[in-house]
Design a protein around this ligand. Structure first.
Ligand code: ARG
Length: 573
């Protein structure tokens, strides 16, 4: 089913070809103001300039042959060469009938389903997840749900930092303290104590270094300690994923250590391909086109001068695994903007080496930083990255305060849904590439572009539909005659735009586009709710049925959207 704006664009193109022999793109856009209708085109304006005629003349010529009467009211010529289109009540009513039994709500299936490896979250062992992992986790999770709904096969990969030099000091500290690895928070504290000693006690630092060597050599007891650290951390990440309502499970965790055996093989192959260069004792690849500030070629370090392999080598091995073993058609990495150069370089080396064939797309989906209210990257009082847990707690207690003023029932559970939803929505609705300010009062507010505002619009519809009971379940066919209040028309029109919003989000991998749409939908719902009585005795049956059908579709669409974002949608608030 073609969307209305595409039908209008096609007809306009045809009409302008026959009337004024133009092949210009009609550029049909959603109108920026209600008085401009639903869609607008400035084709007459551009034609006027190109052909040297008055835009009004060009508009009249096109309208003389244009026929959109099956979907629109008669188009209007407006301003200096614009055409305004308003969808007809009949079209809108038919649309509502059509989606009433469409589980996809008009969203098309992908024409060519792909196997997509989606790399997101990526926390580090023995460190509680902090705010940068929030963004990767919630953006990645939303994208995974959207891509799956579109019909793609998504393979989630949680590239956990579970290897490297910190494990030497962690294990030594663990042993010195005779500590048991109870939970992730305790491990984070252990990590801090270990780091402090590593920086001040040479004897401890030496032991830590030899412990790394033992770990790499595969010493049994050392490995066992390491495994305990990893397991405890994975449990902690799992708790966080459950708390956030994120789809990741332990089965998706493929730590950096999983690639250890492949690293020497990979280095040897780069060498054989003639790509590996010795530079200051390290084994490097210099992919073409990368230069440092000083203008010198910028290396990708494969083997460090101490013989160990690092982050880049591991990511190269991961690419080989994802392409050769997982048979990915497309690789997506949801990682913060500071790693942009890393991914550019790693992709370039993988292409040079022939590990990333031209037909496999590799994309770094970047995101900006979370700032505090003074505009600086958000930090805890001690200057460390803020643990995600404490952000969620702040939001949940703000939500509990909000609820205390109004509602009854299980406040704690509802506060958790609102708090988590608020944090996730604030993150997802901020343009991906931009930094955003974490202002707890604003993001749990019940008005404005917030999670709770969307949840509230949804809950109100749910309670209305509950009250309507049976009548809603039957949801009789809509009659166009009844769709006439501007708020009804507006809501119906916004519902027709859902597929376009989902498609745009998938094309750009930018969840804020879907958020922007859902905010528009929630606003249309609120206006409708305030202006158009549904269940009142004074409302004639035909009107009530029409409005119930609208409410049902609006509730389903908003719920579908919140599900994509994995934001809870409570039935009462
Ligand atoms: N552990 C990394 C970090 O905390 C993120 C991993 C991202 N994924 C990857 N394949 N490099 O920065």
């Amino acid at each position: 089913m073609q969307s209305a704006d595409h039908v209008i664009a096609d007809r306009l193109a045809e009409a302008s070809a026959t009337s004024v022999q133009s092949t210009m793109d009609p550029e049909v856009r959603t109108a920026t103001k209600p008085e401009f209708g639903h869609f607008q085109s400035n084709l007459p304006l551009r034609l006027g300039r190109a052909l040297g005629v008055a835009p009004a003349r060009a508009a009249a010529d096109i309208l003389a042959v244009l026929d959109v009467s099956d979907i629109c009211l008669p188009p209007e010529i407006a301003g200096p060469g614009f055409l305004n289109f308003r969808l007809s009540p009949q079209y809108l009513a038919d649309y509502l009938t059509r989606i009433a039994d469409d589980p996809r709500l008009g969203v098309p299936q992908a024409l060519t389903p792909e196997r997509i490896v989606l790399d997101y979250s990526g926390p580090n062992v023995a460190k509680v997840m902090h705010v940068a992992h929030l963004r990767s986790t919630v953006i990645g999770d939303a994208l995974s749900r959207l891509l799956e709904f579109a019909g793609h096969q998504v393979i989630r990969q949680n590239h956990i930092g579970d290897w490297g030099t910190p494990f030497g000091m962690l294990i030594e500290q663990l042993r010195d303290e005779h500590a048991t690895t109870t939970d992730l928070a305790a491990l984070s504290a252990l990590y801090r104590r270990a780091r402090a000693r590593f920086d001040t006690e040479p004897e401890f630092a030496d032991r830590a270094r030899s412990r790394v060597v033992a770990l790499q050599r595969g010493d049994e007891r050392t490995r066992a300690d390491w495994r305990r650290l990893v397991e405890t951390s994975l449990d902690g990440f799992d708790d966080m994923y459950r708390h956030l309502g994120v789809a990741l499970t332990k089965a998706d965790a493929v730590g950096e250590s999983a690639y250890n055996d492949d690293l020497p093989v990979l280095a040897a192959e780069l060498d054989r391909l003639g790509l590996l260069t010795e530079s200051a004792g390290a084994g490097c690849v210099f992919p073409p086109g990368f230069r440092g500030r000083d203008g010198r070629p910028l290396p990708v370090i494969i083997r460090k001068s101490d013989g160990g392999f690092g982050y880049s080598a591991t990511d190269l091995a991961a690419i080989r695994h994802r392409v050769d073993t997982l048979h990915a058609d497309r690789l997506i990495y949801v990682v913060g903007a500071p790693q942009a150069l890393h991914f550019d370089q790693v992709f370039a080396v993988a292409r040079q080496a022939g590990w990333l064939p031209a037909e496999v797309r590799a994309e770094h989906v970047t995101f900006g930083t979370v700032l505090d209210e003074t505009g600086k990257p958000i930090k805890s009082r001690t200057g460390e990255a803020v643990p995600l847990q404490s952000l969620l707690q702040t939001a949940e207690s703000a939500a509990a305060d909000l609820l205390a003023q109004r509602s009854t029932g299980d406040v704690a559970e509802l506060a958790a849904m609102i708090g988590v939803g608020a944090v996730k929505y604030a993150d997802l609705s901020a343009g991906r590439a931009r930094d955003y300010v974490f202002a707890v009062d604003r993001l749990v507010a019940l008005d404005g572009n917030t999670g709770p505002y969307l949840q509230y619009a949804h809950a109100r519809l749910c309670s209305l539909l509950r009250r309507a009971g049976e009548a809603a379940a039957e949801s009789p066919a809509t009659s166009a005659a009844a769709l006439d209040d501007p708020a009804e028309v507006r809501l119906a029109f916004v519902l027709t735009r859902f597929p376009a919003a989902v498609t745009a989000t998938l094309e750009t991998l930018e969840p804020h586009r879907l958020c922007g749409y859902l905010y528009e939908l929630a606003t249309a719902i609120s206006t409708f709710y305030e202006r158009c009585p549904v269940l009142a005795d004074t409302v004639p049956d035909t009107v009530r049925n029409q409005r119930l059908a609208l409410c049902t579709s609006a509730e389903r669409t908003l719920k579908r959207g919140l599900d994509f974002l994995a934001i809870p949608a409570p039935g009462t608030m």
